[in-house]
Design a protein around this ligand. Sequence first.
Ligand SMILES: Nc1ncnc2c1ncn2[C@@H]1O[C@H](COP(=O)(O)OP(=O)(O)OP(=O)(O)O)[C@@H](O)[C@H]1O
Length: 241
Amino acid sequence: MNKLLAVHTNCLTKVFSGEEVLKRCSISVNQGEIYGILGANGAGKTTLLKLIAGLLEPTEGNAEVIGMDSHSQKAQLLRQIGIFIETPYFYEHLSASENLSIHLEYMGTSGDIQDALKQVGLSSTGTKPVAQFSLGMRQRLGIARALIHRPQVLLLDEPINGLDPIAIREMRELFGQLKAEGMTLLISSHILSEIEQTADRVGILAYGQLILEESMSALKQQHPNDLENYLIGVMNGGILC
Ligand SMILES: Nc1ncnc2c1ncn2[C@@H]1O[C@H](COP(=O)(O)OP(=O)(O)OP(=O)(O)O)[C@@H](O)[C@H]1O
């Protein structure tokens, strides 16, 4: 694998119950960039992220993250990546910092709990149990848990779901900070505007197939007035590149 690639998938395919939900998908994510995975509901975004994280076994093909095979080197890989995929579960009766402390112990790793909580805007939650958190607070805590050990690669599945516009802006700033620290971020979303504002490059999935992989600046240049319509067309599988 090219040393400058943080993530590379090679003809990655996943079949569930006889149905190919991810089809020979090959993406390349450069180190230190924010890569947006766009796709309509059911396009295969979560499946792709789970395969990259080693949480699912590929039917065919493979995924490599910082030079490690996601399936065969899963245990080593889990310490180097941060994962926020699907609804995060917590110990409901415990506080945010207690949840993070248990997570660090379980992972056998270290991290600055107060710093992680500050980064996601949860410093002032004190001893409040997670059971009393709003949906947005849970999302933030899930993201804090994913980044607390300063992973090289952060995989975020729909990270801004449930957040209000202020929190969305804060998350955007946080992603920019993490990138500035050298972290590589893969962010899936069906929210076009968010990916447009956040990502350096984008991969678009439609019906399990990678239809387009392109830098956001090139797309903005090519479609100065109709980028949203163009992206929707690609996400619908209507425009093949
Ligand atoms: N464990 C599973 N067993 C069977 N089918 C699955 C499983 N996980 C996902 N699928 C199917 O794979 C397809 C892709 O699902 P996936 O969750 O990857 O899409 P998505 O792009 O993340 O969608 P959304 O935006 O709605 O979260 C869907 O048709 C889904 O029903």
